[in-house]
Structure formats: structure tokens, C-alpha cells
Design a protein around this ligand. Structure first.
Ligand code: 13P
Ligand code: SF4
Length: 315
């Protein structure tokens, strides 16, 4: 038996014993996506966790995603295959910095991107993901100023969509800023019929060159439903597996192979098995922080539901 099929068998068996649900982000390694119960974007996975409230969640993504699941499912044990899988963008703002920003703009409503720590969420009024950032901004009365942290590119994209003036924090995703306008131009030259899809974490110049700007699951859905046959994909390259699984007859070209998030690739089948065996590492959030962060997360989960339903793993 090959390494993969042996591990798949063991993970599946132990998952049943533990009554665990495996949630995987669209950027995970193919072997992780293929064994997951649900594969999706940040919003879809948070909603799926909230709906299911399982005994155990094996969360295959990065730390803030597992933290969000722990807040939404206080009675579940939330495991990560590798607790070193963090998000560098989420670490670009801490509570002290956010408190200082709030003191400067004390009238403003604070919207934080879900790519942030639970402690930062606890200091925010609303949380959002890439799929509902504009809807969240639209839900805020027009006469209120908005502070958006930590991703300046998602914040400015949503501000342009909603014509809102937004005070931005200087955060960004180190993986998405590697996608340059010249990469899109080169791919368009090679594949003139292909549509360009970009994640809103991309540089503004890149988002402006795209035919569609959307979340990772938004991309999967768009490509499946579109009559077009070729797509240039400006986001982390792990998404290619989910795109090909959902639209096997279509062609996908990554804008650049440089857009590879090392944190998302830390999880694998071996670490999934060990996490289920040891019931560790567990992700927990202190009660007082969880309680305050949940208020902002509840707004995120409830806004824009119809636009971005979670996806069942098609494998
Ligand atoms: P999505 O919510 O669109 O899946 O994005 C999460 C993320 O980390 C993008 O880099
Ligand atoms: Fe964070 Fe960027 Fe990796 Fe997404 S791709 S987890 S935003 S570093």
C-alpha cells in the first residue's frame, strides 16, 4: 500500500472513532483537501463549523482560522495538524497598535479582516472575510468613519466597491504581493482568451487588471459556472487543486508559482494522523477574549450568507 493510501485509511478510521470533522482551506495540499469533509474559504469554513458543532474539529488551515472555529464552537475540541501554521498578515497588527489607532479615530467603526488574532477581533466592532468585506462595509451607516485592519489591499478594494472612505492599516499578505502586474500581462499574452481572477489581497494594480475579484471559494464557484474554458488565477497556488477538481475540463494558469504560502503547506497527512492520535495540538481562546471576539465574528457569519455558501468536498 502506498504512503498516501495507508495514511488516508488510518486518518479516516481514527476520525470516525473521535467523531471528528475535517475542515480544510482551499490552499491546503491536495492530499489534505481530498480527505477533508469540507473544503472552503475562511467564511465557508467558519459557517460550517458553527452549523455542525462537532465533538472534534481537525482544522487544516492557519491559526486564525482554527481560533475562529474554537470561538464559534465552544464545546468542540479544535485541533491543528501543525500549530506553527500562522498567518504573517494576521501578525502585522497587535492589540496595543489597534488600541492606539482607535484612540486616534475614536468615532470610527472598526472592521477587522478575519486574518487577525482573536485578541484583535475582541477589540473590533465587525469582522469580515474576503467574500463579505463589501457587504460588511455596506451594513455600516454612511455617516460613520470606518477603520479597517490589517489588510490595506482588501480594505481599499472594499472601499472602492462601496465608495466608502476608509482608514487603512499598513498590513498585507506577503504571498499575494508577489503577484505582479507583469505576471498577469505575461499570462494574458500566452492565453489571450483566459479570464483573469484575482483575490482582493492582491496589489491594487493586479485587482484592477482582473475580470473578477473574489474570495477563494468565489473563484471555484465562478469557474465552475462560467462558460469560459480558461482562467488565469491570481492567488495562492494551492487553489489550483480545488479549481481542477470542480472543473476538470477547464484550463487554469497560475499568475505566478511564486504565490506559495509556506504556512498553508505545513499540514500533511502524517500530522493529521498524529493530531488525531494525540488529540493535540489543541487551539483554545481565553474565555473573556472569545466572548468579545464572538460579537464581531457573529456579524461576519451573518452578513452576506446568500452570496457565499460553503462547499461540500467534491472528492
Ligand atoms: P479566503 O477567505 O478567500 O479563502 O482567503 C483566506 C486567505 O488567507 C487568503 O490569503
Ligand atoms: Fe496569510 Fe497570505 Fe498565507 Fe493567506 S496566503 S494565510 S493571508 S500569509
Amino acid at each position: 500500500m502506498s504512503r498516501e493510501s495507508n495514511l488516508v485509511k488510518q486518518v479516516k478510521g481514527l476520525k470516525e472513532d473521535r467523531k471528528a470533522v475535517i475542515l480544510a482551506h482551499n490552499y491546503q495540499l491536495p492530499e489534505v483537501q481530498d480527505i477533508a469533509d469540507f473544503v472552503g474559504d475562511s467564511l465557508g469554513l467558519a459557517r460550517r463549523a458553527a452549523e455542525l458543532q462537532p465533538d472534534v474539529i481537525l482544522f487544516c488551515g492557519v491559526h486564525f482560522m482554527a481560533e475562529t472555529a474554537a470561538i464559534l464552537c465552544p464545546n468542540s475540541t479544535v485541533l491543528m495538524p501543525d500549530s506553527n501554521a500562522g498567518c504573517p498578515m494576521a501578525n502585522m497588527i497587535n492589540v496595543r497598535q489597534l488600541k492606539n489607532l482607535k484612540a486616534k479615530h475614536h468615532q470610527a467603526v472598526v472592521v477587522c479582516y478575519v486574518n487577525s488574532s482573536a485578541a484583535v477581533k475582541a477589540e473590533s466592532d465587525y469582522c469580515c472575510t474576503s467574500s463579505n468585506a463589501s457587504s460588511v462595509m455596506e451594513a455600516i451607516p454612511e455617516d460613520r468613519q470606518i477603520v479597517f485592519v490589517p489588510d490595506k489591499y482588501l480594505g481599499s478594494w472594499a472601499a472602492r466597491q462601496t465608495s466608502r472612505k476608509v482608514i487603512l492599516w499598513e498590513g498585507y499578505c506577503p504571498t499575494h504581493v508577489r503577484i505582479l502586474p507583469e505576471h498577469i500581462l505575461a499570462q494574458k499574452k500566452k492565453h489571450p482568451k483566459a479570464l483573469v481572477l484575482a483575490h482582493p489581497e492582491c496589489l491594487t494594480e493586479v485587482s484592477e487588471m482582473a475580470d473578477v475579484v473574489t474570495s477563494t471559494s468565489g473563484m471555484v464557484r465562478f469557474c465552475r459556472e462560467s462558460p469560459a474554458a480558461e482562467f488565469i488565477i491570481a492567488t495562492e497556488i494551492g487553489i489550483l487543486h480545488q479549481l481542477k477538481t470542480n472543473s476538470p475540463k477547464k484550463q487554469f494558469y497560475p499568475a505566478t508559482e511564486l504565490a506559495d504560502c509556506p504556512n498553508m503547506k505545513l499540514n500533511n497527512l502524517e500530522k493529521m494522523l498524529w493530531a488525531l492520535e494525540d488529540m493535540s495540538p489543541q487551539v483554545t481562546v481565553p474565555g473573556e477574549i472569545a466572548e468579545r471576539a464572538k460579537l464581531a465574528i457573529d456579524q461576519m457569519v451573518s452578513i452576506g450568507w446568500k452570496r457565499e455558501p460553503a462547499m461540500k468536498n467534491s472528492s
